[in-house]
Design a protein around this ligand. Structure first.
Ligand SMILES: NC(=O)c1ccc[n+]([C@@H]2O[C@H](COP(=O)([O-])OP(=O)(O)OC[C@H]3O[C@@H](n4cnc5c(N)ncnc54)[C@H](OP(=O)(O)O)[C@@H]3O)[C@@H](O)[C@H]2O)c1
Length: 429
């Protein structure tokens, strides 16, 4: 309940996000207190290295080496978990919820795997579990979906949800550099993890998509149901050829409820260059939500970083301070449906990248295979030839993904096919 007593915060994790939360409270504390109706006070903190300077005055906060002990302290009302991962972070969140305390977390990896169980635990004790910072950094998309749009039947949610991937794709386009070189630069600049697989493999973005889908469709989080493909196979030539045809390549997450179940995909797609999603540059994120009443709402902004993520954490804390509490995934955990997974998926046009032997009749063989699978060609371009190779791009008319996969297997088996063909979905946004 709101009141004049401070909301006592236990901050677990003092890294990029944790230090950002401390800085924001120090800088904007008075305004935040006025909006929350009471002050937010960090009463205790936890990290690994007690000696490290965090750039903020921590003299008023108790130190706990163990985040579980932090969560259970009597002078902590709310646990802010910004450690990451599923080890001590999960233990601390479980402890706090089990004790009936509110939790604010930025930890998408934990929620993607344990979100349904944690929501049930929160409900059982009447505790709040808030996670605005876990998806799209500073963009208040969870609040928009959960509180701004409940009058709608949500039909589709789309997102460019990993800044590192968008940085790599747009930098390749701008500089003409290859994927490997730009990835190495991103690592040097601190954008990509030392092990970049979580980013460029699409896993981080898929965590976020699974969370958005659960909230949008009233389902239990089903991360294992996300079809994931990273950006590692995207070449500069793909980016240039897509641009030629009016598209840009984005690592795009799409979730929609089809007649046969929930479709969740995180994969590199072509989107129209003139669209909001197509226009995104650098590390910027975007989420587009479609509802039957509202139409399409698109939110664009910084998807990571200390300031934007802390902004999202404080937004959740202010709600908790005011007593504005709702279930973690929009519905009581017990009411969340276990989603059927859509087996067919929605239709789309596809971009096909083929490398053919440069000889008469090669294209005719490809056209025959496509025809046999009922895949019809919208546009086709040959890009000169390199020695005996002829790079060819085909855009198809809308068709099912499994049909395209079958046709690609047929093309790969042709003796005129010199490299594995690649298909990228063209998402109408
Ligand atoms: N960085 C972003 O832009 C961003 C954006 C959105 C969401 N997130 C999420 O926010 C969370 C934190 O990310 P971050 O970038 O702030 O990570 P980070 O910089 O690596 O910070 C992690 C913090 O957790 C502490 N920690 C690690 N193990 C611990 C343990 N066993 N007990 C107590 N403290 C422990 C570390 O302590 P030491 O400092 O002493 O090593 C560090 O302060 C992650 O879930 C991440 O996915 C991050």
């Amino acid at each position: 309940m709101a009141g004049t007593e401070p909301l006592r915060v236990g901050l677990a994790g003092l890294g990029t996000v944790g230090a950002g939360v401390l800085r924001l409270l120090a800088g904007n504390g008075a305004a935040i207190a006025a909006r929350a109706g009471r002050p937010l006070r960090v009463t205790a903190v936890s990290a690994r290295d007690r000696a490290r300077d965090r750039g903020s005055d921590l003299s008023g906060a108790a130190w706990e080496a163990d985040p579980v002990a932090l969560a259970l302290r009597p002078d902590v009302d709310v646990l802010v978990e910004v450690i990451g991962g599923t080890g001590p972070a999960l233990a601390a969140v479980e402890a706090a919820l089990g004790a009936g305390k509110a939790v604010v977390t930025a930890n998408k990896a934990m929620l993607a795997l344990h979100g349904a169980a944690l929501a049930a635990r929160a409900d059982a004790r009447g505790a709040a579990l808030r996670w605005e910072a876990a998806v799209a950094g500073g963009i208040p998309v969870i609040k928009a979906l959960g509180e701004g749009l409940p009058g709608n039947r949500i039909t589709r949610v789309m997102g460019v949800l990993n800044g590192t991937c968008n940085y790599i794709l747009t930098t390749m386009e701008k500089t003409g550099a290859d994927y490997a070189d730009v990835l190495a630069d991103a690592q040097r600049l601190g954008y990509a993890e030392a092990d970049p697989a979580v980013d460029v493999g699409g896993i981080d973005a898929a965590h976020k998509l699974a969370l958005l889908a659960a909230l949008a469709f009233g389902t239990r989080v089903d991360f294992a149901g996300v079809a994931i493909r990273g950006i590692g196979e995207i070449t500069l030539a793909d980016i240039r050829r897509a641009a030629d045809m009016g598209y840009r390549v984005k690592l795009l997450g799409v979730a929609r409820m089809n007649a046969d179940g929930l479709e969740q995909r995180m994969e590199p797609c072509l989107v129209p260059a003139g669209s909001t999603l197509g226009g995104l540059e650098g590390v910027t994120n975007a989420v587009a939500i479609e509802g039957d009443a509202v139409g399409q709402v698109t939110m664009v902004g910084p998807g990571a970083g200390a300031g934007p993520t802390a902004s999202a954490v404080i937004g959740d804390l202010v709600d908790i301070a005011r007593g504005n509490v709702r279930p973690a995934f929009g519905l009581p955990a017990a009411a969340l449906a276990r989603p059927e997974r859509s087996s067919v998926g929605s239709e789309a046009a596809y971009y096909l990248r083929l490398t053919l032997r440069d000889r008469p009749g090669a294209l005719a063989q490809v056209a025959t295979v496509l025809g046999e699978h009922d895949v019809s060609i919208d546009r086709m371009r040959q890009y000169g030839h390199r020695g005996t190779e002829a790079p060819v791009v085909i855009l198809t008319h809308p068709t099912e993904g499994r049909t395209v996969s079958a046709a690609l297997a047929g093309i790969a088996a042709l003796d005129v096919s010199l490299a594995d063909p690649v298909a990228l979905r063209i998402e109408e946004v």
